[in-house]
Design a protein around this ligand. Structure first.
Ligand code: GAL
Length: 340
């Protein structure tokens, strides 16, 4: 009997130790909201690439910082090797960095950039992402090409021929670095290049397709015959606007060939950012004029490469990443369209 109890106890101990070890060898990924299509793509790439090196476990905070904090607290108790965090609120990074620092656990933030002062608190806190300004600049180049590259002599897409580009902007979440900087840089780049731009309205639709759809259904009729361009901070909102425009007969496939021909069918230019699969389909049908590729697969590659540098002491050069200012790895945006 005694022997059996001893055996059971050792078995329990073994299971406990093995599970501790597995948890410690895991890389944990915390995602702000799996309902966001760009983020789902990014998270899938991280898991796919990461699994080549580490057991991976992903947590979805469902857009709640409270849930995310609880999940992180729970995982920290398991003494994990490394955390990859897409914060719900980038200002929420501060307490997480302090806690991880006190436990000597490295963190890589992705997509939502913590404040520089916060990252500077801990030499094992990093950010992998894309420079938001760059996406605004690339969107401006697309607009410039579309209107003929001559700021003082706009082409036929200046519908009212007043020499000014009238636009509606669909903005992502207020305070998010991407929403703020994309909105700022598309306009400042165009005006620095001597284009005149009139923003009829900047509407915050929180990165979300359904919100943008509902907002656009209300907004577009108010500005009908005034706007000449829709700028969206991301593809999901651009698609929401396109769905509303189809309903409002602002896109009409008159010859029913499955393609909106901008030369002879009702059409307006809509420009997004991200390059999600659904956006590519809308480009192929002629509804979405262009997008800027927010390179999820390269961001995921860089995130895992950085994890390996931190955990295995690999030289960053051998995995092709560049750590800038001790905390940052930047991945470039690229223009994506069928036109240029
Ligand atoms: C941006 C992306 C948006 C949204 C947001 C979430 O980089 O363009 O579509 O996913 O991140 O933080």
């Amino acid at each position: 009997m005694k022997r059996i109890t001893k055996l059971i106890l050792s078995l329990i101990m073994l299971i406990f130790l093995t599970s501790c070890q597995t948890n410690q060898s895991k890389v944990y990924v915390f995602i702000y909201d799996m309902n966001d299509p760009f983020i789902t793509a990014l998270s899938d790439h991280i898991t796919r690439i990461g699994e080549n090196y580490y057991p991976m476990q992903t947590h979805d905070a469902k857009n709640s910082q409270i849930i995310q904090n609880e999940e992180i607290e729970r995982v920290l108790e398991l003494n994990p090797r490394l955390l990859i965090i897409n914060p719900v609120d980038r200002l929420g990074a501060y307490p997480i960095i302090n806690k991880a620092k006190s436990m000597d656990i490295p963190i890589i933030f992705i997509n939502r950039e913590p404040l520089e002062v916060d990252l500077d608190l801990y030499d094992h806190a990093f950010y992998v992402g894309a420079k938001a300004e760059q996406s605004g600049i690339l969107q401006a180049e697309i607009v410039s090409d579309l209107f003929g590259n001559q700021p003082t002599n706009l082409n036929k897409y200046d519908l009212n021929d007043d020499g000014i580009i009238q636009t509606l902007i669909f903005k992502g979440e207020q305070g998010h670095q991407d929403a703020e900087l994309r909105t700022e840089f598309i306009i400042s780049t165009l005006t620095d290049d001597n284009f005149q731009v009139e923003i009829l309205k900047t509407n915050v639709s929180n990165w979300n397709q359904d919100i943008a759809y509902k907002d656009a259904l209300e907004l577009l009729p108010q500005y009908e015959n005034q706007f000449e361009l829709i700028i969206s901070n991301n593809d999901a909102m651009a698609i929401g606007v396109i769905r509303a425009m189809i309903e409002l007969s602002m896109f009409v496939d008159t010859n029913s060939d499955g393609y909106i021909d901008k030369e002879n069918e009702p059409w307006y230019p809509v420009i997004g950012i991200d390059g999600i699969d659904e956006a590519v389909e809308w480009i192929q049908t002629g509804h979405l004029y262009a997008t800027v590729l927010n390179d999820a697969s390269n961001q995921a590659y860089a995130t895992i490469a950085l994890a390996r540098v931190i955990l295995e002491g690999i030289d960053p050069e051998t995995v092709d990443i560049d750590i800038v200012d001790e905390h940052y790895v930047w991945v470039d945006y690229k223009k994506y369209s069928l036109v240029s």
